[in-house]
Design a protein around this ligand. Structure first.
Ligand SMILES: Nc1nc2c(c(=O)[nH]1)N[C@H]1C(S)=C(S)[C@@H](COP(=O)(O)OP(=O)(O)OC[C@H]3O[C@@H](n4cnc5c(=O)[nH]c(N)nc54)[C@H](O)[C@@H]3O)O[C@H]1N2
Ligand SMILES: Nc1nc2c(c(=O)[nH]1)N[C@H]1C(S)=C(S)[C@@H](COP(=O)(O)OP(=O)(O)OC[C@H]3O[C@@H](n4cnc5c(=O)[nH]c(N)nc54)[C@H](O)[C@@H]3O)O[C@H]1N2
Ligand SMILES: [Mo]
Length: 758
């Protein structure tokens, strides 16, 4: 555990006064009305609306204010009083807007009218909804359905997502990439293969029962701050928290509860992590192998000296396969390699392993630090190995808990947004709707990008998100994008993806989740699934940003009706009129998980969808939980070389993905700019760089392609040597499209090979 670097300034703890200041700043920027501020009180409450920020669960007994700084920012961002009207868009050519920063584009405010891109004037011009649907239908009918891509960002509700996937299949493709393909796809593939369930196994009650929590590569303080509350409770109970992260993220060090008057008025804060290990980026397989090596050594010692086990031998024998091979491999792996690849000392790893050994029940939590690597699958396999050793899956107070990103990203997969036909009940869909859904595998995000580059894709529809900004290889992709015949973006605010247009392009503005969704049968609720597989209803109450907005359900239904031949079983109008009828259809397609769906929409704390691995039913090829022999000790996809660094692309505390709220990364002490490259002071010395010097980063992927980002100020930061940090999405031009997790194709944004150009 290193000392805090005195070149970096923090304003105290996560939570606390800093977070209140953060909220006040965004409130000032967005100029909300008092009614809007009142909305925050309904956030994450039963019959309230569910936060549009992260996917952390919403408890049955919420706090008075069950939201965090970043949840409040997300709500105020959506309910801003600023408007991006046709008049505003008439003032700026699209070519001009393309030179703006992400922050400035979204600061134009909420989109108010459906717009068509007019190439001759290089401007967006208003159009009617009828014109837009008619044109989209005409264009889609003119092409091979398999040349169309229907992307979704993980925010759309279960109702919208179900209809969107149904539209794709009735039209004739499975090309349904979603943001999860850039995010926790590694989880979906690895956990499915290893324990037979593609999602995490924990429920909220497990956090009241566990004795230790291990965090790998997840930045709770910024990205899922409400999770700090159960963590703080856990720490007070004496639960040990161990963190593996190259950066000392403030939220996992200390936390001050902004909702506790005593903590706000006194210097009292909760120390979160018992042990904080600054693993090298890409060093987790090695670190976990080190932990396993200690656990196995302790097993041997304890058995020899006390005839007691450290391992859960019964569990391993009854429920697992592959243990002997793993054991042999770990015993053959030397400490020298483990220390070199992880960047951690054996003594520190022993301390972490001892906490794991001593804890009767442990939970593993992780985020992008594990999933976004070339060997991301191997990261999760290593973690699963460690967790199986002590039977820490499928027992109360234990489990593996990926911390999901977008607020309904997990749910979209649950109701059919998947390019993998085997994950969808296609036979049942065929019976329900009387058409034959396509059976061949569709395109995920990377595949869609490849086929946009090769010219095979002709049409792209984006249900939310900022695809062009979020994907790797930006320059090539933006050039290829303009050769698409049709691009359609359904959005709340203007972003860069709306400025890189196909030949025919529409920008369709939709309601936000906090807004009232009034349809023929009355106001509509929608539902989402959180990180812990609980499904919650959400009811928007605010006045919509404009009278011309449509709901996402209505937009998807409008496009589908204009595209598909009439089919009385596809009741687009009736579904739009009453979303309860969509929920009935979801229940028919997924009866086990969604029985009595409409009756359970507002269950306090959500209703639990269930998880087979939690019941120790292993839906894997072998019917058992799978130990795996790691095929590498490093999760990055390149060899070390002189001057070659591992670039970690980071989120600041003042952004939600490509939405940049502002320029204050308060918890890392970086203020006023995002154009920085964070670097270990010793590496700076070795490279002859001084603080504030402006440099470029260039790709060092060895494929001969020139990729470069300029204008980054060198900023000393306590990172492991050989690692650099810089912000996403600005760094995306440096990520090669082929540089992704081998199994799931999740872009490897946490260990990008780069060199510094002076
Ligand atoms: N406020 C806010 N909330 C968000 C988002 C947001 O942008 N803003 N985004 C949402 C989305 S879509 C997602 S997916 C999640 C993302 O939430 P996270 O999963 O937390 O993702 P990142 O912020 O990318 O950072 C991951 C962490 O991994 C660490 N890390 C990097 N490389 C490694 C490594 O090799 N090993 C280990 N052990 N750690 C590593 C980084 O230092 C960082 O602390 O958050 C969601 N919530
Ligand atoms: N280098 C690097 N690249 C990454 C990552 C990384 O860590 N590093 N992270 C990856 C991850 S985890 C993810 S999830 C992706 C994110 O990729 P996306 O999900 O595609 O991007 P977002 O930035 O979340 O999308 C923001 C836009 O969504 C629209 N929007 C907001 N609310 C709504 C709504 O209610 N409805 C609709 N229709 N639109 C709405 C707004 O117009 C806003 O501009 O990026 C990935 N890319
Ligand atoms: Mo994500």
């Amino acid at each position: 555990m290193g000392d805090e670097d005195d070149t970096v300034h923090y304003d105290g703890t996560e939570g606390g006064w800093g977070s209140i200041k953060g909220m006040a700043e965004i409130a000032w920027r967005e100029k909300p009305t008092p009614a809007v501020l009142n909305t925050l009180r309904r956030q994450n409450k039963v019959k309230g609306f569910m936060c549009v920020s992260c996917a952390w669960t919403k408890p049955a007994h919420p706090h008075a204010a069950e939201f965090c700084e970043n949840g409040a920012k997300a709500t105020l961002w959506e309910l801003t009083s600023r408007r991006c009207t046709p008049e505003v868009l008439a003032r700026h050519k699209v070519g001009e807007l393309r030179t703006w920063k992400d922050h400035d584009l979204e600061q134009l405010g909420r989109l108010t009218h459906p717009m068509r891109f007019d190439r001759a004037s290089d401007r967006y011009v208003p159009c009617s909804w009828e014109e837009a649907f008619e044109a989209i239908g005409r264009e889609l009918k003119a092409i091979d359905p398999r040349a169309a891509v229907f992307y979704s960002s993980g925010r759309a509700s279960l109702e919208t997502s179900y209809l969107y996937a149904l539209f794709a299949r009735a039209y004739g493709h499975n090309n349904l990439p979603d943001s999860s393909n850039m995010c926790h796809e590694t989880t979906s593939v690895a956990l499915k293969k290893l324990i037979g369930s593609p999602v995490g196994t924990c429920v909220l009650a497990d956090f009241d029962l566990c004795d230790a929590i291990f965090f790998f590569g997840q930045n709770t303080g910024s990205n899922s701050p409400r999770l700090l509350h159960p963590l703080q409770e856990a720490v007070k109970r004496g639960v040990k928290i161990v963190t593996f992260n190259p950066i000392r993220e403030k939220g996992l060090e200390v936390f001050k509860n902004p909702q506790s008057p005593t903590e706000m008025l006194t210097p009292k804060a909760t120390q979160i992590s018992t042990l904080y290990l600054q693993v090298k980026a890409g060093g987790d397989i090695a670190a976990i192998t080190g932990l396993i090596k200690h656990v196995l050594a302790e097993e041997e010692r304890k058995w020899r000296e006390e005839q007691r086990h450290v391992l859960d031998i019964d569990f391993i024998e009854q429920h697992c396969t592959g243990f002997e091979a793993l054991k042999a491999h770990v015993e053959a792996t030397g400490w020298e390699e483990i220390e070199r690849e992880s960047g951690l000392a054996r003594a520190d790893l022993r301390q972490a392993a001892q906490i794991y050994i001593d804890a009767p029940r442990s939970i593993a939590m992780y985020g992008m630090g594990l999933t976004q690597h070339v060997h991301g699958f191997e990261n999760l396999a290593a973690l699963t190995n460690l967790w199986l050793l002590k039977g820490n899956i499928g027992r109360d107070g234990t489990g593996i808990s990926p911390v999901r990103g977008h607020s309904n990203v997990q749910g979209q997969r649950t109701v059919g947004i998947s390019e993998k036909p085997e994950l969808v009940p296609l036979d049942r869909i065929a019976r329900q709707y009387g058409f034959d859904p396509p059976r061949e595998e569709g395109m995920n995000t990377v595949k869609a990008c490849e086929k946009i580059l090769s010219g095979e894709v002709k049409a792209f529809i984006g249900l939310g998100g900022n695809f062009v900004r979020a994907i790797p290889e930006r320059e090539k992709m933006e050039a290829a994008w303009q050769r698409l015949r049709l691009t359609v973006q359904i959005a709340t605010k203007l972003n860069r993806s709306h400025l890189i247009n196909g030949e025919i392009a529409y920008l369709l503005p939709c309601l936000g989740r906090s807004e009232e969704d009034m349809q023929a049968s009355g106001p509509q609720a929608v539902t989402m699934e959180d990180s812990l597989s609980c499904i919650h209803g959400s009811l928007g109450k605010n006045k919509p940003a404009s009278d011309h907005l449509k709901s996402e359900v209505a937009i998807v239904a409008g496009m589908a009706k204009a595209t598909l031949p009439p089919n009385p079983k596809l009741e687009w109008d009736a579904w739009t009129a009453d979303y309860a009828r969509i929920r009935d259809r979801i229940e028919e397609s997924y009866p086990d998980q969604f029985h009595d769906f409409n009756d359970r929409v507002f269950t306090p704390g959500g209703f639990y969808r269930g998880n087979s691995a939690r019941e120790r039913i292993w839906k894997t090829e072998s019917g058992k939980a799978q130990f795996t022999v790691p095929k590498t000790m490093s999760s990055v996809g390149f060899e070390p070389a002189v001057g070659r660094y591992r670039l970690v692309t980071l989120r600041s505390n003042d952004q939600f993905n490509t939405t940049i709220y502002g320029y204050s990364d308060r918890l890392r002490g970086i203020e006023g700019t995002r154009d920085v490259v964070l670097m270990n002071p010793e590496d700076m010395g070795a490279a002859g760089l001084r603080e504030g010097q402006v440099v470029s980063l260039a790709s060092d992927a060895g494929d001969g392609v020139h990729r470069q980002v300029d204008g980054l100020a060198v900023t000393p930061f306590l990172l492991p040597r050989g690692c650099l940090g810089a912000y996403y999405p600005e760094m995306n031009p440096l990520v090669p499209l082929w540089y992704h997790d081998e199994q799931s194709k999740t872009p490897a944004a946490k260990g990008v090979p780069v060199r510094i150009v002076i």
